[in-house]
Design a protein around this ligand. Structure first.
Ligand SMILES: [Zn+2]
Length: 387
């Protein structure tokens, strides 16, 4: 069972300085009795708290690598309780948000701090300590003075500003941050290997990184979800929230068939918001420009069909087509039609499009369907094809 496995310091990625400070404190044998780990959700506060708690209570910790042994009687109990109730003889882990009534809260706090040595070290992990009322935080402050020398309190918080200043001042604080880009890449690589997800392409990997916003927990969860649900490429794209290169390729490779072209564009518009398509289209064209200089990896279809057929100047012209429309009033059909014209006539079409746009503005027509019909009628090429 995955959840009952022990986490180790050596497996954590990022927050290098924070973690090495905590390890040094453990090794010195003078780990502070009241610690506050702060930082955004999913950045490893709880993981570090748990490893520290296990190290402090372990019967024979590994002093060379500074890790709990994971094998002794106490470690085994700790591993078990940390993945279940959170209440053990050596470690107690509680989320302060889950204690509701005031009565229960004060009882819990008293119970926590009533511990007197006898069975060795005991560690209390208090998650989201800022969720406690001022009264309860004051109570903890009071109890801290009576803390047994074998008792440790490790508090975690995503909102340190909501913690009583007096309480915060009593703690040794460690801050946790999201990962930087290269740390994210290392974590992604490890998780993909661990989950045997080798079929993912560069494009998909980029989007996992983007979707996880450099938060380690989100990244790990996303990869695990993908591994367990084994999505098709289509499902993967919709899960990651982006439009695949293939969708745009399909459209741009079929500009010579106006009815098919229009249908593809309208399918796209039905499925996603205008702003989203605009952003994705910009990105696709950017990839396209890069690909001409062989930077980055692209889909096989892309390399086979679009790349050899289009020169840099044309792609740049396409990019200008997109940019001339402000994002706020995106008229996607116009953009696609503009691109179609660039591809079909190597630029001649843009002039035609500008005329249509002016004509449209004058008539104050905003309806998509109307615009589309007008475009089809206006374009001399498609009119010829239609007749
Ligand atoms: Zn142990």
């Amino acid at each position: 069972m995955q959840s009952s496995q022990m986490i180790k310091f050596s497996e954590l990625i990022g927050n290098t300085n924070t973690i090495s400070l905590q390890k040094k404190a453990l090794l010195s044998g003078r780990y502070p009795h009241f610690v506050l780990n702060t930082g955004p959700m999913g950045t490893g506060k709880t993981s570090v708290s748990q490893i520290v708690a296990m190290y402090l209570t372990c019967e024979s910790p590994d002093k060379k690598y500074i890790e709990p042994c994971g094998e002794c009687r106490i470690c085994k109990q700790n591993i078990n309780i940390l993945s279940t109730t959170g209440i053990g003889n050596y470690i107690v882990k509680k989320n302060m948000g889950s204690i509701e009534a005031n009565k229960e809260m004060s009882d819990t706090i008293r119970e926590i701090f009533a511990y007197k040595a006898g069975i060795g070290n005991k560690v209390f992990i208090l998650e989201e300590i800022h969720l406690l009322s001022t009264l309860s935080q004051g109570m903890i402050l009071e109890e801290l003075g009576r803390l047994d020398e074998h008792c440790y309190v490790i508090a975690c918080s995503t909102r340190p500003l909501d913690i009583l200043p007096e309480l915060k001042n009593r703690a040794i604080s460690f801050s946790f941050n999201i990962l930087n880009h290269s740390e994210s890449l290392i974590l992604l690589d490890r998780e993909l290997k661990r989950n045997k997800l080798n079929k993912l392409g560069k494009e998909e990997e980029e989007f996992i990184l983007k979707a996880s916003k450099n938060i380690p927990r989100t990244l790990v969860n996303t990869v695990q979800f993908l591994a367990s649900s084994q999505p098709t490429i289509e499902e993967l794209h919709s899960f990651l929230g982006y439009i695949s290169q293939e969708v745009f390729l399909e459209i741009f490779m079929n500009t010579k068939d106006p009815s098919y072209f229009l249908q593809s564009v309208s399918n796209l518009v039905d499925k996603y918001s205008y702003e989203f398509i605009y952003e994705q289209l910009q990105q696709f064209v950017l990839y396209w420009m890069f690909s001409i200089f062989n930077v980055g990896e692209f889909s096989e279809t892309f390399n086979r069909c679009l790349k050899p057929a289009i020169d840099f100047k044309t792609v740049r012209r396409i990019r200008e087509c997109i940019r001339q429309y402000p994002r706020s009033s995106v008229d996607l059909e116009m953009i696609f039609w503009d691109i179609k014209n660039v591809l079909d006539n190597r630029g001649e079409g843009s002039k035609v499009m500008n005329q249509v746009k002016i004509a449209d503005d004058n008539r104050n027509i905003t309806g998509t369907q109307d615009t589309m019909q007008k475009l089809t009628a206006f374009n001399p090429k498609s009119a010829k094809l239609g007749g």
